[in-house]
Design a protein around this ligand. Sequence first.
Ligand code: SF4
Ligand code: SF4
Length: 445
Amino acid sequence: MKVLNKIRSFSGGVHPNEYKYLTENLAFETMPSPKQIILPLSQHIGKSAKALVTKKDLVKTGSLVAVEEGFVSAPIHSSISGTVKLIENEANVSGFPKEAIVIDLTEENDIKKFPALDPKTIKAEEIRERVKVAGIVGQGGAAFPTFIKLTPPKDKVIDHVILNGCECEPYLTRDYRLMIENPVKVLTGLSLIMKALNVSKGAIGIEDNKPEAIKKLSTAALVFPNISIEVVQTKYPQGAEKILIKAILNREVPPGKLPLDVGVVIQNIGTAVAICDAVVEGMPLIHAPLTVSGLGINNPKNLIVPIGTQLRDVLEYCGGVNENVVKIVVGGPMMGVTQYDFSAPIMKATSGILVLTKEEVNEHQETPCLKCGKCIEACPLGLVPTKLARYSQLDKLEEAEALDITVCMECGTCAYTCPANIPLVQWIRLGKQKVLKMQREINIG
Ligand code: SF4
Ligand code: SF4
């Protein structure tokens, strides 16, 4: 075990109010099964899964209800025992209705699990297979099917696995609680990922505002040789993949390239815990650990929630919202999605629900650009947000492409820092989508 004392950082970035105090000392509670769950067939990047069940079918907790379609896809399991009510388009936290299996709760019974495997003797191929059949996807937001990350192309040489324990988004304390409540699971999950990739070096990057997590993991890591705990500065967006790789290994991921192009696989804390549970306990991915926070929720919590539970049921379980609420967001405040339909369900990669009041939300009027350059100073990737947003507004796609709009990771740092309250990231996201579409059309044509 090796703990580096040097605090690593990056240029740019911001220090938003953290509000972590609302939930950081609250241990996980397990939410009881709701009366109904909604399981979207697409809870991951890639092709939607294909439903295996039909109306009136009986399913058990842990039953496979949808299989993967194609290579980039993931199976889905029921998080309750019940009866399939229907399969149709339902509200989704993305804001766009998606096809989903709706299941009504019947009686509770035991979870249908896979056979437990020994993490000491398990072989690499068995880890990949278990991760695949358990339906594990990245918990860091992107929801990329994890077994694919554990199966890199043969021409890529991977020599490091990094677990992202930064949790740099304000409010969220899910990963923090996972680290302090389950350090051995986190380390076992990381060692399984290393074994699957035949890699001997692993690291966990943690921001220096989490001393308890650093201490717990450092102690538990004494029996995990080849895993180091790396302390990085608390600054948003320290947890962005490229930034964390640079901070820990001093390797630059070039624009348009992936971590595996510089020999690194990066995973989230929650993903490591899910992998440990799938191997050691045979658990399919049916629960989402998440944070419910914000000054607008009556009882903030860290909760283990059955996947498919509707937002309104989670909010009710947390004592409901108070009269000062102006906005409800799924995810963190910087990159999360504002919600308008509270029947939308919790998905595999949902990290939090934030119930925000006027005090926490910037509702100032947008004004013309002041040409102050603050957004440029703040962008951790060295982009020019003010120009990118302008080109997007004017549909000047070639100009936006030339200024690397597709490199933008949509972290929201520029918009946060803008004194003119210009929704920079929204404009850049729109422009990026248009440029990517243009590039696809050029490639096809
Ligand atoms: S959203 Fe994009 S342009 Fe804005 S700071 Fe983040 S990476 Fe830079
Ligand atoms: S921070 Fe806002 S006001 Fe300042 S240059 Fe950027 S877009 Fe203009």
